[in-house]
Write a protein that binds this ligand. Structure first.
Ligand code: ME8
Length: 512
């Protein structure tokens, strides 16, 4: 995909339900969004990164009841756990939206009103199955052994309800997918959505009248908006829609990438564009549905007692290590199995051995044997220019991967540079040159420091703490840590601080 230089970039995560504490599944989507946001910021694009919590609906009302709390008090409490994962995981969101905010509620109602004004909503009665866990309606044919296809329990619901005329949007949706082949990724998910829409759409119940924890339907306070309609609109209400001159909406909405798990693809790929079309509003540009993490071979669930929290990972392995593992281990789009053994293996191999040792070896050597300053290079050999060209060319490659949300490939690409640099150290043997050819040794160290500069900048969206440490140790001024300074040569003679290790090796603990 091509994109104009410096165009704004908008990335969203799903807004998470506040019925439960955050686990690594939530952390996964948020870290992925953060990597994209950080990359584009380094690339000089204005970035808006949105995350938040989905706080209405029957599921939340019931969870609050169970906890013996008023729903607002309950959502305040649990939403805080989600806000806490940002500092924990070094997430750099621009805005954390809560659907109980007044501005959001007004925005959701304004969208409802547009759907009414355009004649796409009618009042009728819903009689069918509803799964509170999924906050989704199911018809008889979809049930498997009396449960939702997701395994969730269903209950029979019969109540007055407003409907959205979804069935009328089938052809328009299909035409939209056709005209915008990049709208849904990965390809397999796109095909799934297309066949679902081709199989026929039924009108969608978009209000509930048997409970009250939701956004009131305009002009009919007996109903609250269906939580998914309320929730989906967060992506534009967070930008100030429908305020007049909502600058963020104008600037960012045309450039949105929605990241979601495959569980909620249908809501984003079918309902959301249909709502927007019906409201005469522009559609999102891109939707990426990633896969599911399982734990030690089993689905993560509270009842199995195998949930891994972001805090567990950060405390045990470190922030950068957690971020890197989740981004690198599994192709973005596929399902992944989390295991402690895989985590330790990956962290030790890629971070401690490959990147950590490279940096430590080179910088300690410069510190001890090259006056603790960027060395003065002599003439470059073919091997030198080859390494520098290799690491320089990683940036355009990385841009393509980021544009495809191929986050695992992005990591792979950067670490190919790490491997090249390690091969170069082994081949050039600066420790041997120290006696045989000290001038050449300086050139080799200069080339290595330059390659490490490239690699640290490229790694920084994924491992921001380590990248900062490395760039500090290379004495790169803070304001120069962007891709517009990527090709700048290091200044010989610039003093370097005493290096310290960036990635400690992890030792196995009991039970790992
Ligand atoms: O669905 N593996 O909220 P939710 C990978 N409120 N990702 C996972 C995961 C796992 N095991 N578990 C959760 C909702 N996720 C709605 C969204 S958006 C307008 C409304 C991630 O709390 C993944 O991104 O159930 C998934 O789509 C999301 O959390 C579901 O979060």
């Amino acid at each position: 995909m091509s994109r104009p230089e410096k165009s704004p970039f908008y990335v969203t995560t799903p807004i998470y339900y506040v019925n439960d504490a955050p686990h690594i599944g939530h952390a996964y989507t948020s870290i992925a969004a953060d990597v994209l946001a950080r990359f584009h910021r380094l690339d000089g694009r204005p970035v808006f990164f949105l995350t938040g919590t989905d706080e209405h609906g029957q599921k939340i009302e019931q969870s609050a009841e169970k906890a013996g709390l008023d729903p607002q008090e309950f959502t305040n409490r649990i939403s805080q756990h989600f806000r806490d994962i940002s500092p924990l995981l070094d997430l750099t969101e621009t805005r954390f939206i809560r659907t109980t905010e007044t501005e959001h509620k007004k925005g959701a109602q304004a969208i409802w009103q547009r759907l009414i004004d355009n004649g796409h909503i009618y009042l009728s009665t819903y009689a069918g199955w509803y799964a509170v866990r999924d906050e989704a309606f199911y018809n008889e044919k979809e049930l498997i052994n009396g449960k939702a296809p997701t395994g969730a329990d269903v209950e029979w619901v019969e109540e007055p309800s407003y409907f959205f005329n979804l069935s009328r949007w089938q052809d328009k949706l299909l035409a939209f997918y056709d005209d915008n082949p990049d709208f849904i990724a990965p390809e397999s998910r796109r095909n799934e959505v297309i066949s679902f829409v081709k199989s026929g759409l039924r009108d969608l119940s978009i209000s509930r009248s048997s409970f009250s924890w939701g956004v009131p339907v305009p002009n009919d306070e007996k109903h609250v908006m269906y939580v998914w309609l309320d929730a989906l609109t967060n992506y534009i209400t967070a930008l100030g829609f429908p305020e007049k001159n909502a600058n963020n909406y104008q600037t960012y909405w045309p450039n949105v990438v929605h990241l979601v798990g495959k569980d909620i693809l249908r809501f984003h790929a079918v309902y959301w564009p249909a709502f927007l079309m019906a409201a005469d509003l522009p559609l999102p540009k891109r939707l990426f549905a990633h896969g599911w993490w399982t734990i030690e071979g089993q689905k993560m669930s509270k009842s199995l007692g195998n949930t891994v929290t972001p805090r567990d990972l950060v405390d045990r392995y470190g922030v950068d290590q957690t971020r890197y593992f989740l981004m690198r281990e599994v192709p973005f789009g596929n399902d992944g199995a989390f295991s402690k053994a895989a985590m330790i293996q990956r962290v030790n191999a890629d971070l401690a051995n490959d990147l950590g040792n490279l940096v430590q070896r080179v910088l300690s050597f410069i510190h001890k044997h090259a006056d603790a300053a960027i060395p003065n290079p002599g003439e470059l050999t073919t091997a030198d220019t080859e390494l520098l060209t290799f690491t320089k060319n990683l940036l355009p490659k990385a841009r393509c991967e980021i544009d495809q949300q191929a986050l695992h490939k992005y990591c792979e690409t950067v670490w190919q540079g790490v491997s090249e640099a390690n091969r170069y150290v082994d081949a050039q043997e600066p420790w041997a040159l120290r006696r045989s050819n000290p001038e050449r040794m300086k050139t080799v160290l200069y080339v290595l420091a330059s390659a490490i500069h490239h690699l640290a900048l490229l790694a920084s969206p994924v491992t921001p703490r380590a990248a900062t440490k490395i760039l500090d140790q290379l004495s790169i001024p803070k304001q120069n840590r962007t891709f517009s300074h990527f090709d700048e040569s290091l200044i010989p003679g610039r003093p370097l601080p005493k290096p310290e290790g960036v990635f400690p090796r992890l030792a196995l603990q009991d039970g790992e």
